[in-house]
Design a protein around this ligand. Structure first.
Ligand code: GTP
Length: 455
């Protein structure tokens, strides 16, 4: 069996996306909302990667639900009978959120670290060989960002041999729903840069626009975007849970997508969204493998808004295709697609292909696809976040909100912000440098410490 994956949802956004995601995994594996199996065990893939099976054939998600205020986690639990292990649900004893202040979330976590580690260690006792952790969170509130950042530091320090993936939801950079978002994002990015092995990046404006064009409902709200995110996160592990010829482990997927450890920010695209993933899909015409591979190149499908559209280069591209496809069609489409996009000169110009099996519960018989790319295009998002940050930081606006909890942490918040900002700038430079051959010629490629954390 592939190594297990432990999923941690943190904060409101993390837990709302997490609920959708667990419902999706349950559906694919024929597991009911109280953990019992509804299908024949021989056809339900390998749920054990994500679920613990107990003696009475009940499946319990290998999941930690963490939030500071109670309503979201309690709501998730009440809507899902007895699916989640109550011991794995954490709500702050103070009963209130982090008020969108990163340092409050981080400081809270430092005081409760033993409880988190205890929850994690108890879950690890039920794993034969954990392969990775994944964190689902928003980077712009206070809990998912601050408490999430602390968890990333702690996991990376304590379980350094395990892969650490994140599914990170970024805010709208044009209209900020919380004024201090830029500080929270920059502080969280420092941890994503330094601690994570892979970060799947989503941004809310792109998600809203995709939801508007793919859902057949009038008033799309932020909650509907969670179906899109959970489509991506579940598809990413589809070849692990329903094994096919290749990509049967997180390690194999990430080592294809992440050629150098520092450049580990990934952009997903998906098409078409079907009733197997979203509740009110719009009609779409019959699809073939050929169409889908080419359609996936459309910037409108990607889950971060396209900003700098010229001179972008890909470090890697991996397509997950599901459905009946003709090998010759797929080959033809891949050759065409490879000619339409640019790759950095030091990797092969290859779009990698993962053929995902269709879970027996799926109704859609059309071909669907997900493209995950590691592209220099990500710098457009970071630049726009930094420009918002600079506007606040130039006036030290609202810094006082961070000072009390920073003091508890013995943290000089201005220094911490400056250091985090610099790391994001360095990342932008690193992505830019990767566009030329000298990027690998100048670097110390033999340094073993730079390898992915693969045990
Ligand atoms: P505190 O509220 O400060 O305790 O932190 P938190 O981590 O719980 O905050 P939250 O997760 O609400 O993060 C705020 C950001 O997440 C804002 O940009 C929201 O628009 C976004 N957000 C909140 N809920 C959702 C959701 O269900 N889906 C999506 N896509 N975004 C969300």
């Amino acid at each position: 069996m592939p190594g297990e994956i432990l999923t941690i949802s943190a904060g409101q956004c993390g837990n709302q996306v997490g609920e959708q995601y667990w419902n999706q995994l349950c559906k694919e594996h024929g597991i009911s909302s109280n953990g019992t199996l509804e299908t024949d065990e021989s056809t339900n893939g390998i749920p054990q990667v994500f679920f613990r099976k107990s003696g009475n054939s009940r499946f319990t998600p290998r999941a930690l639900l963490i939030d500071m205020e109670p309503s979201v986690v309690n709501g998730v639990r009440s809507r899902n009978d007895n699916l989640f292990n109550p011991r794995n649900c954490y709500i702050s004893p103070e009963g209130r959120g982090a008020g969108n202040i990163w340092t409050q979330g981080f400081e809270h976590a430092t005081r409760h670290v033993d409880e988190f580690l205890d929850m994690i260690d108890k879950e690890l006792d039920f794993c034969d060989s954990l392969e990775s952790f994944q964190l689902i969170h928003s980077v712009s509130g206070g809990t998912g960002s601050g408490l999430g950042s602390f968890l990333l530091e702690t996991l990376s320090d304590r379980y350094s041999k395990k892969l650490l993936q994140t599914h990170s939801i970024f805010p709208d950079t044009k209209t900020s729903d919380v004024v201090v978002q830029p500080y929270n994002v920059v502080l969280t990015l420092k941890r994503l840069i330094q601690e994570a092995d892979a970060t799947m990046v989503f941004d809310n404006p792109a998600l809203m626009s995709i939801a508007n064009s793919n859902l057949d409902i009038d008033d799309v709200s932020i909650k509907e975007t969670n179906q899109l995110i959970s489509t991506v996160i579940s598809t990413l592990s589809s070849t692990i849970r329903f094994p096919s010829y290749s990509y049967n482990s997180t390690t194999s997927i990430l080592s294809t997508l992440i050629p150098t450890p520092d450049l580990h920010f990934l952009i997903p695209s998906y098409t078409p969204f079907t009733q197997d993933f979203i509740s009110h899909p719009k009609q779409f015409r019959k699809t073939t493998g050929y169409d889908i591979i080419l359609e996936l190149l459309d910037p409108k499908l990607q889950m971060i808004r396209s900003r700098n559209t010229t001179n972008n280069m890909n470090l890697s591209v991996l397509d997950f295709i599901r459905g009946d496809v003709k090998a010759t069609d797929v080959q033809k489409a891949l050759v065409k697609a490879q000619q339409r996009i640019q790759f950095v000169p030091w990797t092969g110009s290859t779009i990698h292909l993962a053929l995902a099996a269709r879970p027996p519960k799926f109704q859609n018989t059309n071909v669907t696809g997900m493209m995950v790319k590691n592209s220099t295009e990500i710098t457009g998002l970071f630049e726009s976040l930094l420009s918002n940050y600079n506007r606040l930081r130039a006036k030290n606006a609202f810094i006082a909100n961070y000072e009390e909890s920073a003091l508890e942490l013995n943290m000089d918040i201005k220094e911490e912000l400056d250091e985090s900002y610099q790391l994001v700038l360095n990342l932008i430079d690193e992505y830019s440098a990767s566009k030329t051959m000298s990027y690998v010629e100048d670097s110390d490629v033999d340094n073993p410490d730079d390898d992915l954390n693969i045990e």
